[in-house]
Write a protein that binds this ligand. Structure first.
Ligand SMILES: [Zn+2]
Length: 132
């Protein structure tokens, strides 16, 4: 039996409601993944960006100033610092503290919240923390 579009829409809403009830942190983890993709995208854009600017520079016959590299390099550094800070400032969905910040240190590769111990990717907050 075929379902109409509206039936699929309703079913999808029910599924997403059920998913949200079972995994209320799913959207938060997706936000963390997006931040990391943006940060790594900015970082890796350096290499093709460098080659692209060098190619454009080579095509400009009467332009011999290296300022284009200074400007582009500065813009890349600013973009990388901002995206890195944005990724590092992500807050734990359970305790709302900065995920990678412990009492005395930061660990950008932390697999669990350094404040409450929530495992990265945990579907909800029912898992025990560092102290539990
Ligand atoms: Zn936490």
């Amino acid at each position: 039996m075929r379902h109409s579009r509206s039936e699929f829409g309703v079913g999808r809403d029910r599924d997403s409601d059920a998913l949200a009830a079972h995994a209320p942190y799913a959207a938060a983890w997706e936000d963390l993944r997006r931040r990391h993709w943006v940060m790594w995208g900015v970082y890796l854009a350096f290499f093709p960006g460098k080659w692209l600017i060098a190619a454009v520079y080579a095509k400009l016959p009467n332009y011999h100033s290296p300022q284009i590299f200074v400007i582009a390099g500065s813009a890349w550094i600013v973009a990388f610092v901002v995206s890195s800070y944005w990724a590092a400032d992500w807050r734990c969905p359970r305790c709302h503290e900065v995920f990678i910040k412990g009492t005395w240190y930061r660990n950008p590769c932390a697999r669990y919240c350094l404040s409450c111990g929530l495992r990265r990717g945990a579907p909800n907050g029912t898992e025990p923390g560092i102290s539990g």
